[in-house]
Design a protein around this ligand. Sequence first.
Ligand SMILES: C[S@@+](CC[C@H](N)C(=O)[O-])C[C@H]1O[C@@H](n2cnc3c(N)ncnc32)[C@H](O)[C@@H]1O
Length: 292
Amino acid sequence: MSGPDRQRQDLIECATLARRIAPATCRVDPALGEACAWYHGFWPYLRLLEVVGSPYRHQGFFREALAPSIAGGNRGRVLVSGAVDYAMPALAIDIYREAGAALDLTVADICETPLALVRWYGARIGVSLATSAGDILDYAPGGVFDVILTHSFLAMFPPDRRRALLRRWRLLLRPGGVVVTISRLRPDSSEARIGFTPLEAENFIAAVGRAAQGGLLDLDAKALVAGARAYVERQRIWPVRTAAEIEALFQDSGFRLERLEENWTERAAAKGAASGPTAKGGAYAMIVAVRS
Ligand SMILES: C[S@@+](CC[C@H](N)C(=O)[O-])C[C@H]1O[C@@H](n2cnc3c(N)ncnc32)[C@H](O)[C@@H]1O
């Protein structure tokens, strides 16, 4: 099987697994009063339908950003902080494996479902890894990491909790350790928590409807559209607005920014079309921050 075929097969098997286990393993979100199965149980389907992105879309950045740490010859202690499915850990495994470098991988998430998917993936490819379920703000494993890796995680936190997140990440890194991440930029938003606007929701559901014709795996087109509707009704993020905001956040929290680049290409390519939280497109900040 070719590389892309294998990746698609992994995702197909992950999707049915995620949907099967999520009702039992997802955590009840206190804000919604219901479990996040609408998210973790449906995300791999959204990836298969290509209406959301994954860290692989930014793999060039992650490869480049991790190269100095890998060349530094440390023990490859990597923490993936928040992983909606196995994609970010899989990319880390690919990058370290291609470099012939040691990797000691831990994945932490507040919900057990993505961690179960990560363990499934590790077993599938024969890589041992550790997982930890709980709020990252309370995570205290008793050791330190060389790298913290994550994709679109800052927007999971309200602005007044981001400093606590950065303080925690700092505690979790050795001096000289790095945070490597990407954050969507929303310069037109306020600080308030947002979901899909009615137009964004309509566009997202329509995109799922187009991609879902004929159904996908165990779900017919109607069920996929219903899943997309449940998703847009619930998904909420706290916008990260500008690179300047990110710069201040890291610098005030004991990090030196080695790289902070804005990428507006995907937003320009979308020609201003609205896209909601986690939907593809938009501007991004690429961040490499060194713990001082
Ligand atoms: C990595 S982030 C974003 C992933 C993806 N790129 C996206 O756009 O949705 C999503 C993950 O963060 C996790 N998460 C949210 N708040 C968290 C917290 N306080 N501690 C640990 N994990 C958290 C969620 O359970 C979810 O699996």
